[in-house]
Design a protein around this ligand. Structure first.
Ligand code: ATP
Ligand code: MG
Length: 341
């Protein structure tokens, strides 16, 4: 396992797959680094170590799951995601939690030692608000209680009689926490900070974005649960520019994927920059973060992927606008009119 990677190296590797979100990347990298360092130390000195689980707050489709997945891949540790909402919808929370840990063991190919150093990502913990009088099978609050037990570290008996110790498993919780900003603005006061020059403004913004445990309580997390998530990091809403970069820059960016696919048929894909801007515009309107990009892009490519196999003369496809049909070109840029199937 490459757990000895310094934080800067972790961030560089994350950069290859995740656009922006610098603050979250740094916080995650440092947290991961210290987590695995502490574990090594505990193994050598046989000391108890306090674990620092992480809470990631950010709007939908901004890279929370992607960051965790990428992180687990970089570290080469087993990784599973669990959905807090579905935990709250079952009557059998402890069985569900057991199943999650069982999946982690499967990801580790049955290697218990490896599984016990894995990462569990619990998404949508913001949906576990403690509120009274709900009709759901299990209240969010009792799911928080069940989760905090395993986050703390305890031996959990799996169905087949094995025990998995969660002490060194890193838990990363995620959620959109809609409405948290209102709580933050309400609870922050900076009477003593002058806001004249740019630097102070930056510090102010950072403090402003800082989430205090009490804010999480006001949001609806129970104190014990919030208390087990000492590291809180926030992801930003994606900007138009970030959306464009997401389509083109990461290693498996959607544009690269389709270019490679067409290239395999000896066809060049040429997309004007304005098209990426148009797609980003639409995606921002759909308000699902980067998640809508793929759908819009694939829709644009459907006719093209339909036409190419039937028209071997096509050597190049040029898209000048999302709202115009693509141009098909053959040898020496001659126009090709694809047969309609
Ligand atoms: N910062 C980013 N850099 C690169 N790609 C991104 C980024 N954010 C989102 N994406 C793309 O959007 C998809 C959805 O992102 P992801 O699953 O990480 O969202 P999320 O923050 O977990 O949202 P949710 O709260 O709905 O679970 C990813 O698979 C990825 O393709
Ligand atoms: Mg997610």
């Amino acid at each position: 396992m490459s757990s000895s990677l310094p934080p800067s190296a972790i961030v560089r590797l994350l950069d290859e797959h995740v656009i922006g979100q610098e603050a979250a990347k740094r916080t995650l990298a440092v947290a991961i680094y210290t987590h695995y360092r502490k574990m090594e130390k505990a193994a050598v000195d046989l000391v108890e170590v306090a674990k620092s689980n992480i809470l990631m707050i950010g709007p939908t489709g901004t890279g929370k799951t992607l960051l965790c997945e990428t992180l687990a891949r970089i570290l080469d540790v087993p990784f599973v995601t669990a959905d807090a909402t579905s935990l709250a919808q079952t009557q059998f929370v402890s069985e569900e939690i057991e199943a999650i840990l069982h999946r982690l063991l499967d990801r580790a190919n049955g290697d218990l030692i490896r599984a016990q150093r894995g990462i569990v990502f619990v998404d949508e913990v913001d949906k576990l608000k403690a509120s009274s009088g709900q009709a759901r099978a299990t209240s969010g609050e009792s799911v928080q209680h069940a989760l905090l037990k395993i986050m703390e570290g305890s031996p959990v008996r799996l169905g087949d009689g094995q025990h998995i110790d969660t002490t060194h498993i890193l838990f990363i919780c995620g959620g959109a926490f809609v409405g948290l900003d209102n709580i933050l603005t309400k609870t922050h006061t900076f009477g003593f900070i002058s806001t004249n020059d740019g630097d102070d403004q930056k510090i102010l913004e950072r403090l402003n974005a800082r989430v205090k445990p009490t804010d999480l309580l006001e949001f609806g997390l129970i104190p014990e649960f919030a208390g087990r998530l000492p590291i809180v990091t926030r992801l930003n809403e994606l900007t138009h520019d970030m959306m464009i970069r997401i389509m083109t820059e990461p290693r498996n960016a959607i544009y690269r994927q389709f270019s490679a696919m067409l290239h395999a048929d000896d066809v060049e894909l040429h997309i004007e920059p304005v098209v990426f801007r148009q797609i980003a515009d639409l995606a921002i309107e759909y308000k699902a973060g980067a998640r809508s990009l793929r759908g819009i892009f694939e829709e644009m490519m459907t006719d093209i992927l339909y036409a190419i196999p039937d028209n071997p003369a096509i050597r190049k496809v040029a898209i000048a606008s999302l709202f115009e049909p693509p141009r098909y070109l053959g040898r020496k840029e001659s126009a090709v009119n694809p047969e309609k199937g």
